[in-house]
Design a protein around this ligand. Structure first.
Ligand code: GLV
Ligand code: MN
Ligand code: MN
Length: 419
């Protein structure tokens, strides 16, 4: 299939990325824009205004997901969607999620300027709380959209200060009227930085993402005894932090044993009372395990339980562990993958197939709509870091592949309906 002679405006896209990076911009050049904070509200208001200016009508669902819709020739058809997220990690970069939403906006502007009419409506979506940093788990609102979680369960998630997701969403004024999930999509595409080193190492510009690896999150509480650091002899201690340190090493070893594809991370730890001359009596920490094969993740989970029990006993403490999130491995839609690969080939961009190591809203949307993703390289694979960086021409290449994949999907679906 030959593709329309249409291209995005790379300078306008780059300027938009740099302009919105000021909302929550950090001294080190990153962004701190945690979900459902006032900064998140500010970028949402900016996004809505920009989409309206590009000719869209905007609706919001009751998980705060924002849908900016550009009409097509046949508005009885479900839209072809482009979605990602505008929230960031506490020390986030300028690209993770953001280039997905802003390249969607750029695509809307490109279609408007060209007077190009699609048959399906086109929608650009900002999914709420992709990061899962403030409210676990990640991909919470696309998860409700995809039927993985109920809205009320999502509303009850609490941040580390005990603020409920539902209350924070109300507080920033983004509880929309549409019930989340009652919004059919003809297809969903997402452009994202790779967040890993493969594309850069192989000098490829486009990753044709075929799926997302499985992820499991656990919360562990270790309970010992607070006691005096000076007067409690070593053999009589019930040191929850010492036990947690041993457990963290065990998490690392479990991932190493399942290498090369497994990863295991303890990213959040709280010791109580956190006073330098008190032996810590309680420690809370999180575990993040990932692997492309759910069976391997299940065996890593068994190993985790065995290791924690053994360490707790040997360390004279008790522990409680719960799996708070299980996101199985996802395989994207063959036709959407094909549309991305074809667009990369036609654009002359060196490309390769790739499985995502990071979680994405697309993983949950894939349960309810044909979906795939496009990756572009980021410097040294660094992400979830203020130093995250991507080349303007790579982002532009990704946005052009996105544009062509969306337009190709529009034609394919129309031709199929006619046949
Ligand atoms: C989301 O950013 C994740 O992969 O943890
Ligand atoms: Mn992301
Ligand atoms: Mn992220």
């Amino acid at each position: 299939m030959s593709l329309p002679n249409l291209a995005i405006d790379p300078a306008r896209l780059w300027d938009t990325i740099m302009d919105t990076a000021k909302i929550g911009g950090t001294a080190k050049g990153g962004i701190k824009r945690l979900t459902l904070t006032e900064l998140d509200a500010e970028v949402r208001r900016w996004f809505i205004a920009a989409c309206e200016e590009a000719g869209c009508t905007v609706t919001i669902d009751d998980m705060g997901n924002i849908f900016a819709r550009r009409p097509g020739r046949d508005n009885s058809l479900p839209p072809i969607a482009i979605g990602s997220h505008l929230d960031t990690q506490p020390t986030g970069g300028k690209y993770d999620g953001i280039i997905g939403v802003l390249s969607g906006l750029e695509l809307l502007r490109t279609l408007r300027d060209a007077g190009y009419e699609t048959t399906h409506p086109i929608e650009v979506i900002d999914w709420t709380n992709e990061e899962g940093s403030r409210f676990a788990p990640a991909m919470l609102s696309s998860g409700v959209f995809g039927g993985q979680f109920t809205r009320d369960w999502a509303y009850a998630r609490e941040d580390r200060d005990g603020v409920r997701f539902g209350d924070a969403l109300t507080e920033i004024g983004f509880v929309g009227e549409e019930p989340c999930g009652q919004h059919p999509l003809a297809a969903h595409f997402e452009l994202h930085i790779e967040q890993g080193p493969i594309l850069e190492a192989e000098d490829r510009v486009i990753g044709v993402v075929t799926g997302v690896q499985g992820m499991r999150w656990y919360e562990v509480t270790v309970t010992g005894n607070d006691s005096h650091a000076g007067s409690t002899p070593m053999p009589l201690r019930h040191d929850a932090l010492l036990a947690a340190a041993r457990m963290i090493e065990a998490v690392h070893q479990i991932a190493i044993r399942n290498a090369p594809d497994a990863v295991g991370t303890v990213g959040l730890i709280e010791a109580r009372p956190n006073s330098r001359n008190v032996i810590p009596g309680e420690v809370f920490f999180t575990v993040d395990f990932r692997h492309p094969d759910d069976a391997v993740l299940a065996s890593m989970e068994q190993a985790l339980h065995a290791a924690l029990s053994g360490i707790a006993e040997a360390s004279a403490v008790t522990h409680a562990v719960s799996c708070i999130w299980n996101s199985p491995a996802v395989r994207f839609d063959a036709e959407c993958i094909g549309a991305v690969r074809h667009a990369a080939e036609q654009g002359g961009f060196p490309h390769r197939d790739i499985i995502s190591g990071a979680g994405h809203d697309s993983a949950y949307v894939a349960a309810v709509a044909p979906t795939s993703m496009i990756f572009v390289p980021c410097a040294r694979g660094i992400s979830h870091n203020e130093l995250e960086s991507a080349e303007p021409e790579h982002v532009a290449a990704g946005a052009n592949v996105l544009l062509q994949a969306v337009l190709a999907m529009d034609s394919t679906l129309v031709e199929r309906a006619r046949a």
